[in-house]
Design a protein around this ligand. Structure first.
Ligand SMILES: [Mg+2]
Length: 190
């Protein structure tokens, strides 16, 4: 069945399209004087687990990392580029991030998407993604997921340790995303 492109799909960037935690890990390790290997893969969304009682505010380190170009060197998740290129043939793709829309962040986000040939129709920066009118949403952020749920919006949870309390369909890879959203599966999700 041909999927009408009237369906829209909102996709988060950090931890969904790209490996944000992995990109930030070396910066965090340097800041707290730890080996990169000592910082486990998936801290809470706010990175407090890495910084603990160091007295260092992770936000300052994160801001410095962004100024250093972290958003440009972040790796896409395996299969993300190819799957979004395929989804683009069938859906209006809305890339949506809660990154602070400062000049470096915006510029590097646009460049990262273009560098990796991640196709999209719209790119939005907003702290409250539930204000965006789309058919479906893919996100890992617990507070965004809660907002979607509270408004009865359709979403798929990108599985992460910090969103386990959320109730809803989950994906753990871009293969999973393809299985859910490719046209032959539209009857399942539509
Ligand atoms: Mg995210």
């Amino acid at each position: 069945m041909q999927t009408p492109k009237t369906h829209s799909l909102m996709i988060d960037i950090d931890e969904v399209l790209g490996e944000h935690v992995a990109a930030f890990r070396p910066y965090a390790a340097r800041a707290v004087g730890a080996d990169v290997e000592d910082l486990y893969d998936n801290p809470d969304w706010d990175f407090e687990a890495w910084f603990g009682d160091s007295g260092i505010d992770w936000r300052d380190v994160h801001d410095a990392a962004i100024r250093d170009g972290m958003l440009l060197i972040m790796d896409p998740r395996p299969g993300a580029v190819e799957t979004v290129q395929e989804l683009y043939q069938h859906y209006k793709i809305v890339i949506c991030t809660s990154r602070t829309p400062d000049p470096v962040s915006v510029s590097d986000t646009v460049d990262w998407l273009n560098n990796h040939q991640i196709y999209y129709n719209d790119l939005l920066f907003t702290s409250d993604k539930s204000v965006v009118d789309v058919s479906w949403r893919i996100d890992d952020s617990l507070h965004q997921i809660k907002a979607f749920a509270s408004k009865g919006q359709k979403f798929v949870i990108w599985d992460a340790p910090y969103n386990q309390v959320a109730i809803g369909p989950r994906v753990r890879s871009w293969d999973d995303v393809a299985k859910v959203f490719i046209p032959s599966s539209l009857m399942v999700v539509g």
